[in-house]
Design a protein around this ligand. Structure first.
Ligand SMILES: C[S@@+](CC[C@H](N)C(=O)[O-])C[C@H]1O[C@@H](n2cnc3c(N)ncnc32)[C@H](O)[C@@H]1O
Length: 318
């Protein structure tokens, strides 16, 4: 499922979760958490992992209140909006670990960090999720490693749900996200209307009704008083919820692998043909062929000469 929220949806969700019905600089994040609450109510996962929670207590509070096992994984990174390392760890303890002893917090990052890989159990979670994390990761290799790692943590059929903040003029990122999710082994089934998002079409959600955040305010909020502008706010968000590969995802992976094998075979055949051609050219057969070509070129030159002479005679007779 791929979804850009509308104002109506925000209104409906804030009816259910009234603590969020207020003016805010964090509209997209609040939407993301409300949408996760609703997903949890619909799908009833027993074990949830939030990666990239930062200092947000929202999902921990919600899950523990509803008797759901909740884990969190995040760590200090040298991002421009991060407080210094000691302050980050102190906030993490004060705002999260001390407040929610029933939750399990891992200091780490999804992706390639070996310590995190060891600490998070595989095929364990029913839901792995994040709010406003993936848009910050620009590099394709890193994003793929995060998605693949998330896939290993999920039980078969488990859900992977994220909000990815967007600006409308760049639908390319939505296409990439869908490709990356598929490459990481998730089933991504899009309805015809959802596929419109990938074209940046306003047929999916009329842009004048889309849920927007004020980019300038978000920029100021994230800059945390820095004098240099480091961050441009986003406009809206893309909510995606996909499942760990069932049959469709496995079929897609197999066809991708088959395609790659075909391409590799074609490259190998071309390389072999090339080296065979070079061997023939360099050996006695090549020498014979070259002599034959020289002879034929001589004959051709002679024929051209005769043709020119004949044409000259015809010219005189005319
Ligand atoms: C914009 S903050 C979002 C925080 C929180 N979800 C919210 O909406 O308030 C992005 C967070 O993602 C975290 N992050 C980035 N890459 C991550 C990764 N590979 N694994 C876990 N967390 C990651 C960062 O450390 C940061 O805390």
């Amino acid at each position: 499922m791929l979804h850009i929220p509308s104002v109506e949806e925000w209104w409906r969700l804030t009816d259910k979760y009234p603590q969020f019905r207020q003016p805010s600089n964090l509209t997209l994040k609040e939407y993301g958490y409300m949408r996760l609450f609703e997903l949890i109510e619909e799908q009833r996962p027993k074990r949830v992992l939030e990666y990239g929670h930062g200092f947000s207590p929202t999902l921990f509070e919600y899950c523990l209140k509803h008797g759901i096992e909740i884990w969190g994984v995040d760590d200090h990174m040298d991002l421009h909006y991060f407080p210094p390392k000691e302050v980050w760890y102190e906030n993490h303890k004060r705002i999260l670990r001390d407040q929610f002893p029933g939750a399990k917090f891992i200091l780490g990052q999804l992706g390639t960090r070996q310590d995190t890989m060891k600490e998070l159990p595989k095929s364990y979670f029913d839901l792995v999720c994040s709010v406003s994390v993936l848009e910050e990761i620009g590099d394709e290799g890193t994003i793929l490693s995060i998605l693949k790692h998330a896939g290993t943590l999920l039980k078969p059929g488990g859900m992977f749900a994220n909000t990815h903040d967007i600006v409308f003029e760049n639908p390319r990122r939505s296409k990439l996200l869908v490709n990356w999710l598929r490459a990481a082994g998730f089933d991504v089934e899009l309805t015809h209307r959802e596929a419109e998002i990938l074209n940046g079409s306003s047929r999916y959600v009329p842009w004048n009704r889309a849920l927007l955040e004020n980019p300038t305010q978000a920029m100021l909020c994230y800059n945390l008083g820095d004098l240099d502008r480091m961050f441009s706010g986003h406009w809206s968000t893309l909510f995606s919820c996909v499942t760990k590969a069932g049959q469709a995802g496995v079929a897609h992976l197999i066809s991708e692998a088959a395609g790659e094998l075909d391409r590799r075979n074609a490259r190998e055949i071309a390389a072999r043909d090339d080296s065979e051609r070079r061997a023939v050219e360099g050996g006695p057969a090549g020498a014979r062929l070259r002599a034959e070509i020289t002879r034929l070129e001589g004959e051709l030159a002679e024929l051209h000469r005769q043709l020119a002479t004949t044409r000259a005679y015809v010219g005189i007779l005319d």
